[in-house]
Design a protein. Structure first.
Length: 56
């Protein structure tokens, strides 16, 4: 039973790993395929660290 819980936890972590760098801030439009972000309506003062580092 412990193995089943460990496997489920591992799959959950791996499932979120690809999304960890792709959080799109409120007011922004993020496109992970073209790696472009538009934040015209966000009124940002700094570039959020939660964006995918590969975006333009």
């Amino acid at each position: 039973m412990r193995l089943l819980y460990a496997l489920a936890a591992l799959l959950a972590v791996l499932g979120m790993a690809g999304r960890a760098n792709a959080f799109c801030p409120v007011g922004c439009l993020c496109d992970d395929e073209t790696l472009q972000v538009t934040c015209d309506e966000a009124n940002l003062e700094v570039i959020p660290i939660t964006l995918n580092p590969s975006v333009q």
